[in-house]
Design a protein around this ligand. Structure first.
Ligand SMILES: [Cu+2]
Length: 554
């Protein structure tokens, strides 16, 4: 495990501790009194012609974002959330590799935000509607017009339809809001849900499925005594942005301290860190104390699909936006209680039944090959800094990728179907989860370097060998943890679509304050199988009363 992993995250003594008197003491809540909710499966509203082939009818989903009330715990008053189809996490969209689908994302939210908007942030100025949304399918190989570009936002009473080709391998993706300058607030309000792509290869693996495949969407929130989500403000008049959000309670599928009754057999757990800013060091144990050794489990997949082979481990680090596909075997644990925990807090409980259970599922010795991309195939290597610009008090003013603001000219312009190495030079004290839209990539290495020398001379002096990568980091990824005082290199083939996308830090407070940049895949290379312009011609924003009428008549 890496020694350099560091963030300011400290659950139990988290941000907001200074005003804990005004907040709900979530650590005092009764543990394991609420069953773990499982997000509903999204149901298509019908069929619509495919924008890629008008003769082809493809599933059409209508997903309305609404304000609603949800119980996060038996003893906490109902909490106001914003959610897709009035749920958090939103309904899970199930897709089949190679079978496209359409989602009309409909904004039926109120006109006023539930959290204070910082109008000094770029893209969130006071002349813009306070409530704006645009949906990004994280990990989706999506055309640029359907990808949820942060400036393609729409307000209450409007909608946008996205075309998802699903031309990619089985993986767990998630959809979430991405509106310029308020992504952190929309996400904190609850706008996220899972999107699962399956394929034939996966079916041949005979992994645990159905009731034995459990999604675990993990995010943290603090609450006021009246049950409402607490989102802190800076105290700076007119500029409420804070540099990180860490909640006092870690929720799973929207519940604090939930329990799940399981059988003594193998389960497949699909984990997503859906937090705004928290990194988790996750483990399972029969002992609720957080210092005991973790049980062995197998990681079988990372963000973009299967690892080459199951990797046995007892600790899993997940940064915001990262996912893990895990098989945990409860056989031999009959009648026991197993805890999912971080290194500082208990998250949930599994109650293993004492009854014998049949288990015909398997943990295959090999999964899907992950052919390594040769470094020699890269035509460009980019060195990109990650920096935090602080005021005299050490408080962040702005955070930049390669010293550039959002609205500066685009500097990353890979050619379609070319391969590049992006080398992230972290000049900050924190880990940052860096996400590139559209593409999947491989992590080459993390190497420590001399920050002081770099700051004086802009020269990179490595101070040691590459840090050993955990097995989960050797699969296909779309979000990568860039640790402090390291240079993290990824290798990426920019295939599928040309067009304008973004790359950014997935700590949403950072992303909202300039730690996000556009990038353009240029069309000089061979044309992709599917023209990116299909999505462009289809993209439509119309008001939702009209779209409601349209869906009613179908
Ligand atoms: Cu960051």
């Amino acid at each position: 495990m890496t020694a350099a992993f560091a963030t300011r995250n400290a659950h139990g003594g988290c941000a907001g501790a200074g005003i804990s008197g005004k907040l709900l003491d979530t650590s005092a809540l009764a543990r394991f009194v609420d069953p773990l909710p499982i997000p509903a499966s999204a149901k298509p509203s019908g069929l619509r012609p495919s924008p890629a082939d008008r003769k082809l009818q493809i599933p059409y989903y209508r997903m309305a974002m609404r304000q609603f009330q949800m119980s996060v715990h038996r003893d906490v008053p109902p909490t106001t959330f914003w959610g897709y189809d009035a749920s958090c996490p939103g309904p899970t969209i199930g897709a089949r590799s190679g079978n496209p689908l359409l989602v009309e994302w409909v904004n039926e939210l109120p006109h006023q935000h539930i959290f204070p908007v910082d109008h000094t942030l770029h893209g969130a100025e006071a002349d813009k509607p306070e409530v704006r949304t645009v949906v990004h399918l994280h990990g989706g190989r999506t055309g640029p017009e359907s990808d949820g570009y942060p400036e393609d936002w729409f307000g209450p009473g409007q909608s946008a339809t996205s075309y998802y080709p699903n031309r990619q391998e089985a993986a767990i993706l998630f959809y979430h809001d991405h509106a310029m300058g308020i992504t952190r607030l929309n996400a904190a309000a609850g706008l996220l849900g899972l999107y699962v792509i399956r394929d034939e290869f996966e079916e041949g693996l005979n992994l645990p499925k159905g009731a034995y495949e459990i999604p675990l969407v993990i995010f943290d929130r603090s609450f006021q005594p009246d049950g409402q989500i607490h989102y802190p403000v800076s105290g700076k008049s007119g500029a409420p942005w804070v540099s990180e959000y860490y909640g006092s309670a870690i929720l799973v599928n929207g519940k604090v301290f939930p329990y799940l009754e399981v059988e003594p057999r193998k389960y497949r757990l699909r984990l997503l860190n859906g937090s705004n800013g928290s990194f988790y060091k996750l483990s399972f144990s029969t002992d609720p104390s957080v210092t005991s050794a973790g049980l062995a489990f197998h990681q079988i997949g990372s963000e973009q699909g299967f690892l080459a082979a199951p990797a046995q481990m007892n600790l899993l680090i997940l940064g915001p936006g990262e996912r893990a596909d895990v098989v945990l075997d409860f056989s031999g644990q009959s009648g026991k209680e197993i805890y999912l925990r971080t290194n500082v807090a208990i998250i949930m409980q599994f109650r293993v039944s004492a009854k014998k259970a049949a288990d015909s599922s398997t943990l295959p010795a090999m999964l899907r090959p992950v052919p390594r991309i040769e470094e020699s195939t890269a035509v460009v290597t980019r060195e990109l800094t990650i920096a935090d610009y602080q005021n005299r008090l050490g408080r962040s003013n702005v955070m930049l990728l390669n010293g550039a603001h959002w609205n500066m000219p685009v500097t990353e312009k890979p050619v379609l179907n070319s391969t590049e190495i992006w080398s992230f030079i972290n000049l900050t004290d924190d880990s940052h989860p860096i996400h590139l839209h559209l593409v999947r990539f491989q992590l080459l290495d993390r190497r420590p370097f001399d920050l002081a020398v770099y700051q004086l001379t802009k020269k990179i002096v490595l101070t040691g060998p590459a840090i050993e990568l955990p097995a989960g980091d050797l699969g296909w990824k779309d979000t990568v943890r860039v640790d402090p005082m390291t240079i993290t290199r990824i290798i990426v083939k920019f295939d599928s679509f040309a067009g304008k996308y973004v790359w950014h830090c997935h700590m949403l407070e950072h992303e909202d304050n300039e730690m996000m940049r556009p990038y353009i895949i240029t069309e000089s290379g061979p044309r992709p199988e599917e023209s990116p312009h299909f999505a462009r011609s289809n993209r439509q924003i119309r008001n939702s009363s009209e779209s409601q009428r349209l869906s009613d008549t179908e």
